[in-house]
Ligand binder design. Structure first.
Ligand SMILES: [Zn+2]
Ligand SMILES: [Zn+2]
Length: 235
């Protein structure tokens, strides 16, 4: 199906701007070939991919050592090259239309061991209102809106709130990040998550501390499951 908008603005690659051929969406072939897509073998919990294709899915050392507050986390690709550059452009240069295309890209990807339509509610990771004011939009909301729409899963933008402003976590390790973010989120309407299968949406999974803390508070309020989906993942 061709959208009217496609005739007026022919679809271009989100990364290099090349016009896309028939059947291509989001990225051109050259940019697609640079994305390191995440597929099996991976850790079935946190979703970290294993470089050796001959391996089978197995829990990574971190997931064996400590139980996660989320059931599973998945991402489209590794956070480098094309995905890193396109996420930065979307977030820091306010390219919201880019975010919509990336949300569609996330909605269309096939994730190992996860089906988006199995979830009963989609919840984007919230920004603190100070950060929201600085950026003007929440990148997770832009992505989540497209995913929810394309899979016909309800979206809740108000159930989870970031009540504490935290400095950017860049440069901090796994434990420091978790300590830094502990207590930063609050469930505003616990009854809205009770016995729901929730899918958290964010742009990047770095050490997992953000989705881990969101999942912890949502789980305490009676969510039956909390999974996380991001566009990219650090490895
Ligand atoms: Zn391209
Ligand atoms: Zn793991």
């Amino acid at each position: 199906m061709t959208d009217l908008a496609d005739l007026i603005f022919p679809p271009a690659c989100c990364s290099c701007g090349a016009l896309l051929g028939r059947g291509m969406t989001t990225f051109c072939g050259a940019c697609l070939s640079e994305i390191r897509f995440i597929r099996a073998p991976l850790c079935p919990v946190c979703g970290i991919p294993y470089p050796n294709e001959a391996e089978i899915n197995h829990r990574c050392a971190d997931c064996i050592r400590s139980k996660e507050s989320f059931s599973l986390a998945r991402a489209v690709g590794v956070y480098d090259s094309v995905l890193l550059e396109v996420i930065r452009r979307f977030k820091y240069r306010g390219r919201i239309n880019l975010g919509e295309a990336l949300g569609r890209f996330m909605a269309e990807f096939r994730y190992e061991g996860m089906k988006i339509e199995d979830y009963t509610l989609i919840v984007p990771v919230p920004l603190h209102r100070k950060r929201l004011k600085e950026r003007g939009f929440n990148q997770a909301v832009v992505l989540a809106r497209e995913i929810a729409r394309r899979h016909a899963v309800p979206l809740d933008l108000g159930v989870l709130k970031r009540k504490i402003y935290t400095e950017p976590q860049t440069g901090l390790g796994r434990d420091d990040r978790l300590r830094n973010i502990r207590g930063a989120f609050e469930v505003v309407r616990p009854e809205a998550v009770k016995e729901k299968k929730l899918l958290l949406i964010d742009d990047v999974y770095t050490t997992g501390s953000t989705v881990r803390e969101c999942a912890r508070v949502l789980g305490k309020c009676g969510a039956s499951e909390v999974a996380a989906l991001t566009l990219a993942r650090a490895v």
